[in-house]
Design a protein around this ligand. Structure first.
Ligand code: SF4
Length: 359
């Protein structure tokens, strides 16, 4: 009897997560959940998933939506390329597969935003096909269970992890086994303080038996996180705020953002370019003067930092009051703060606008 998969499957049936909203549904929902779960924990994903399927109940509805509608539903979940790729993939499925989610691994793998592990998870969970997955949690489980030393970003370690993932696959109950691996990574074999005492494969776990659980997986040499700074312009006119659409690629691609500048001189140049008198540019709450009747505006001027995967961004907000509304190109829009909060906006813009809204 397989010493890894059998106890894991039994454990999943008794202790695993068996009431997730996408379980036992259809390949579209399994696909959507797998994309949302990349880089994001289950508890965060569930409300986004439920809102998403309520608005886009099938592939056709998703394909017919605009990218902006899709990103508005993704707003706050981060890693927006996932939402854009999901949307592109839905349109490809309509075109190439008549709206039916493809069942073959190679066809699934060819869709945008789907890598080897995600395609395998969809095949295993959606179609009960024998396929090995290797997401971040599973890498940790296998590195410990198999005693694999070295960081998974090296080719040698990555290949060994995949080799073990294939070797340990059971012939039956692949869907339960796949869910068991995911549950084990999230519930037992966690990054900090793993619950080895409750683990069904403890007896054969090399890291546990050797007393090196805390040393595996091998950490990557810590790099110093670069820091950058930016100015976010809160250009207001007649109770409306200016949002600017980002180009479709890069960070926050396709999302509505506040005009962003590296330095204050750039703001002055921008004002000059658009014929705006920048004399009502407010940098600090004290400059709001006695006439300021809104503590929200003071709160909105407090600087803060946003952490990305590869850098930290220090954000300085500037308030600019305008008598008229310039800029009416397609990439600009003037919205009330409440309307702006409903749009496809990234998290730091949401934080700033929420401060403005919460008087
Ligand atoms: Fe992970 Fe501990 Fe189980 Fe080993 S015994 S697989 S380290 S939870």
């Amino acid at each position: 009897m397989p010493t890894f998969s059998s106890p894991l499957i039994n454990w999943q049936r008794e202790h695993g997560r068996n009431d997730l909203p996408w379980q036992g549904t259809d390949p579209y929902r399994v696909w959507l959940s797998e994309i949302m779960l990349q880089q994001t924990q289950v508890a965060t994903v569930i409300p986004y998933y439920l809102r998403f399927v309520a608005s886009f109940p099938d592939i056709e509805a998703l394909a017919n939506a605009s990218e902006e509608e899709v990103l508005a539903h993704w707003s706050g979940l981060g890693y927006y390329a996932r939402g854009r790729n999901l949307h592109r993939a839905a349109r490809m499925i309509m075109e190439l597969h008549g709206g039916q989610f493809p069942q073959q691994y190679e066809q699934i793998l060819s869709l945008p935003g789907i890598g080897r592990s995600t395609a395998a998870a969809i095949c295993a969970l959606g179609f009960h096909e024998k396929r090995a997955i290797l997401d971040g949690n599973v890498k940790r489980v296998l590195a410990r269970y198999c005693g694999i030393v070295g960081h998974h970003s090296t080719k040698q370690v990555d290949e060994e992890l995949w080799r073990q993932a294939e070797l340990l696959l059971p012939d039956n109950d692949v869907a339960v086994y796949t869910q068991a691996l995911m549950d084990m990574g999230a519930m037992l074999c966690t990054r900090c303080r793993p619950k080895c005492e409750s683990c069904p494969v403890q007896e054969d776990c090399i890291a546990f038996q050797a007393g090196i659980v805390n040393e595996l997986p091998t950490s990557k040499q810590r790099k110093i996180v670069p820091e950058r700074s930016a100015i976010f312009l809160l250009a207001m006119s007649d109770g409306k705020i200016l949002l600017e659409k980002r180009k479709s690629s890069g960070i926050w691609g396709g999302l509505w953002c506040l005009p962003q500048f590296d330095e204050e001189d750039d703001v002055q140049n921008w004002c000059a370019l658009h014929g705006i008198e920048p004399d009502k540019l407010i940098r600090h709450p004290s400059e709001l003067g006695e006439s300021a009747d809104s503590i929200a505006q003071c709160k909105a001027l407090v600087s803060f930092a946003h952490i990305f995967t590869h850098f930290k961004l220090h954000i300085t907000p500037l308030l600019l009051y305008l008598a008229h509304k310039p800029l009416h190109q397609a990439e600009h829009v003037w919205l009330s703060v409440d309307q702006a909060l409903q749009a496809a906006i990234p998290t730091p813009v949401r934080q700033l606008l929420s401060r403005l809204a919460n008087v």
